[in-house]
Write a protein that binds this ligand. Sequence first.
Ligand SMILES: *Cc1c(COP(=O)(O)O)cnc(C)c1O
Length: 221
Amino acid sequence: MSIAYQLSFVRSTLPEDVTLVAVSKTHPVEAIREAYDAGHRIFGESRPQELREKYEVLPKDIEWHMIGHLQTNKVKYIAPFVTLIHSVDSARLAETIQREAAKCGRTIEILLEVRVAEEETKSGWEMDELMHYLGSAPFALMPNVCVRGLMGIATNTDDGEAVRRDFQVLKRNFDTLQPNFGPRFNILSMGMSHDYPIAVECGSTMVRVGSLIFGERDYTK
Ligand SMILES: *Cc1c(COP(=O)(O)O)cnc(C)c1O
């Protein structure tokens, strides 16, 4: 099936108010161009240099989202143009984004990544750490960072009920944190190719779908 077809299929399964991020990591610019020509404008990548290279050669009305783990020393590659960073999982990273955004004279929108999955390998804040951090009011002291919401990844399992529980925890955490931030805090990024329908049922406002649109990724290339 063509990328354009898959894209319109995924779109047709989503409520209108859920944003679709097409995750193009590892796929060539020609694949992104095909989705772009089909009208899509929001793409997600997980490596800063790859994101930068694609940004440079593709049309400038694309919204680029950084969805993967981000090292502080790589923020500078994407700070001048990135639309949304989904994967802010530490105080150091938030503070680095503030610094780099200030250098570029822009405000960078971010999501706080909260850990809910059972796998130890998954990154993200523990909720109690995050609450503690917010208690010291750090984002009020970061004029170039705008916290738009939360991101999370469910446990990687075929057990739909376990996945649903993870998404429900994320939604609860989102509702708990919202009063700290106000109306701009309105993005809950959860759901990938294999679990996004459950995420949407649990209140996701933004899904990150890769393989279902672009096909399987080949990490050996
Ligand atoms: C790769 C990735 C996705 C997309 O995964 P698919 O299973 O291909 O849809 C979504 N979110 C994050 C954080 C990713 O790293």
